[in-house]
Design a binder for this molecule. Structure first.
Ligand code: C2E
Ligand code: MG
Ligand code: MG
Length: 623
């Protein structure tokens, strides 16, 4: 309705003198209709003309009524001078719950005005009638018959303003849908849809105000960053709905160990952050950590089966590990990432050292690929000698990274990084090529006896056809099973899938040497040995190191050598550093020994001299 329309409709000359009930009992709303029948009731018109105009009037009124009734979300009510209902359309019934019969004659303020607005509405209505002060359109919350509030956009119109019978019409549009959509949107932006926990943004805001009050009260705060172990595998193996189930149940359990003042938030897919204000002293922090760890003691029922789930935890403390929410969350995350490296269920407290370590790892990861392109890697070789004869039998190829600037970087540091970034595939291919190339060169120079063993990491085998690629490389260089062998750790074998095992069996049948590296540090059961196609065991250097002094290590070493021999495997001792260890190994009939006591890993040109006999055999082996 335009402003001029509204003025026209308020013209007292064009308005009815009274409001009548029609036959159905509803109130006629002839106020908006012109021409008025009274104007036509004159001598100048004949009966027919009067009848015509009346019909037109009735049609017009019906159209108007039909219009009002056909707008389900637009509620129109008319009120008389005393604010009693004289018109109530179907939309009003839908919106406020009263039928037209129930509403008729009732006071506006008794029907739909909440108690706190009552006086204001009465006064505003009188002011309009008395002084012409309009009630402006507004968003309001009015009362439904049930007592609940309904959101509406309400516009008001006064007819017959300057007469004894002013009529106020209210046109209310139902805003519930918009309000709900708005609330949903607000929820979606602040909370996690799945677990209904606050999301990261909300956590940051809430945490900042929590930190502010901690600061005022001189309190500390403990923050825990939680990351479910192997969540991707749960998702992959059981499906997303079971993954979701786990998250919902975990959120429920975490909420249970929350005090009113604590915060719990889901910050990303399988990561949760908890903040405990007032928890700062070591025993208190340990207590909340235990609390959270206990959440995982009960198994989770997934896919109809009970499953034990674990998570890694990182802890950061306010104020020493961060002053702002961002800093604290980041540092708890850093501690958590460090805990991840310790394996399932790891727990770490933030230390600046951890952070520096991660920064360095990030830097090295970024540099690795470039280093490979720049030829900064080379292979060193460490001889494995026969414990009995001292003869060099094998050379273990160990990768070295010598950056163009700065000190060399240990493979123990960069191999895990390359595994995580996926660069291990390129790096592994390079090692195979380089070892093959070197072996071809040594063979050409008449060094025919030794074999080179290369280390193959678990991640390398994830790539389909990795071992086939290895065999292809051997062929391409004209090499065979006596030339190059491989070393794998126990866990690689345990976690290998059937296709990898199939490839390993093929290598085994082709006579390629397959050694289990770091034997004794990974899997705890020996029975797996009979299932896997391996030819040698390399006892981890930790046992060798402690064997002379520690009866238990000695027993494990002896047991491993014994079992290895019974299974027809060659047994190698790693990390032999002194004569005492060597004597022990000889007594136990270990086949091969490798370690600093004999040779350190060395570049190919030094191995050249060794193989050519320019370097005398180690004195420890002469006896
Ligand atoms: P590993 O395969 O168990 O290699 C033996 C490690 O023990 C080598 O460390 C070697 O230098 C060291 N070592 C040998 N004798 C002694 C000794 O008497 N005492 C002590 N304390 N240590 C000794 P390195 O070269 O730093 O390699 C560390 C690990 O990095 C290797 O452990 C292997 O797992 C991995 N690695 C090395 N080169 C490669 C590679 O080309 N590919 C892959 N995937 N991993 C590699
Ligand atoms: Mg090795
Ligand atoms: Mg080893």
């Amino acid at each position: 309705m335009t402003a001029s329309d509204s003025r026209r409709h308020r013209d007292p000359e064009r308005l009815p003198k009274e409001n009548r009930k029609d036959d159905s009992g509803a109130f006629e709303v002839d106020v908006l209709v012109s021409p008025s029948p009274d104007d036509t009731d004159s001598e100048a018109f004949g009966r027919e003309e009067v009848e015509l105009v009346r019909r037109q009037y009735l049609e017009s009124e019906h159209r108007f009524r039909a219009l009002l009734e056909s707008l389900p979300k637009v509620a129109v009510q008319g009120y008389d001078h005393d604010r009693r209902v004289i018109y109530w359309n179907e939309g009003s019934t839908r919106l406020y719950g009263y039928t037209a019969e129930e509403a008729q004659g009732q006071l506006l303020e008794d029907l739909i005005i909440p108690a706190f607005m009552r006086q204001g509405v009465i006064e505003a209505h009188s002011a309009w009638i008395r002084d012409g002060v309009e009630i402006p359109a507004d968003e309001l919350e009015l009362k439904h018959k049930s007592g609940e509030l309904v959101s509406v956009f309400s516009q008001h119109l006064m007819l017959n303003e300057h007469t004894d019978s002013p009529l106020m019409f209210c046109v209310d549009v139902d805003l519930s849908d918009q309000k709900r959509a708005h609330r949903d949107l607000e929820f979606a932006t602040r909370f996690d849809r799945l677990t209904h926990l606050p999301n990261r943004q909300t956590l940051e805001v809430d945490l900042d105000s929590l930190l502010e009050s901690c600061r005022r009260q001189g309190n500390g705060l403990a923050m825990l960053y939680l990351d479910i172990d192997h969540f991707v595998e749960i998702n992959d193996a059981l499906g997303y709905d079971q993954g979701d189930r786990l998250l919902i149940e975990l959120a429920r359990r975490l909420r249970e160990c929350q005090r009113v003042t604590d915060l719990v938030s889901r910050v990303s897919s399988d990561e949760f952050v908890l903040a405990f204000p007032g928890v700062h002293l070591e025993p208190d922090v340990r207590r909340v950590v235990r609390h959270v760890q206990n959440v995982f003691r009960e198994p989770f029922v997934l896919d109809g089966r009970e499953r034990q789930v674990t998570a890694c935890l990182g802890v950061a403390l306010f104020p020493e590990n961060g002053e702002t929410s961002r800093e604290l969350i980041r540092n708890a995350d850093v501690a958590k990432n460090r805990a991840k490296l310790d394996g399932r269920g790891g727990l770490r407290f933030f230390q600046q050292k951890l952070h520096d370590e991660l920064v360095r790892q990030h830097y090295l990861s970024a540099r690795l690929e470039e280093a490979l392109d720049n030829g900064e890697f080379c292979l060193h070789y460490q001889p494995q000698v026969s414990a009995a004869s001292g003869r060099i039998e094998n050379l273990e190829a160990l990768i070295r990274w010598q950056p163009a600037e700065g000190p060399p970087i240990s493979p123990a540091e960069f191999i895990p990084l390359a595994e995580r970034s996926g660069l291990i595939h390129r790096l592994g291919d390079w090692v195979i090529e380089e070892a093959c190339r070197q072996q071809v060169q040594w063979r050409a120079r008449g060094f025919l006896d030794h074999r080179i063993d290369i280390n193959v990491s678990g991640r390398q085998l994830v790539r389909p056809g990795a071992l086939q690629g290895f065999e292809d490389s051997l062929k391409r260089h004209g090499l065979g099973p006596r030339d190059i062998g491989i070393e794998l750790t126990e866990n690689v074998l345990i976690e290998a899938d059937e296709t990898v095992l199939e490839d390993l069996r093929r290598l085994y049948h082709h006579g390629i040497r397959i050694a289990i590296d770091d034997f004794g540090t990974g899997y705890s059961s020996l029975s797996y040995l009979k299932h896997f196609p391996v030819t040698a065991l390399k006892i981890d250097r930790s046992f060798i190191h402690d064997a002379p002094a520690q009866p238990k290590d000695r027993a494990i070493m002896e047991g491993a050598i014994f079992i290895g021999h019974r299974l027809g495997l060659e047994v190698v001792a790693e990390g032999v550093e002194n004569a005492e260890q060597l004597t022990l190994l000889r007594e136990m009939h270990c086949d091969l020994v490798q370690g600093f006591f004999f040779y350190r890993p060395m570049p190919a040109n030094e191995i050249d001299r060794l193989l050519a006999g320019f370097v005398p055999c180690h004195e420890g082996l002469s006896s």
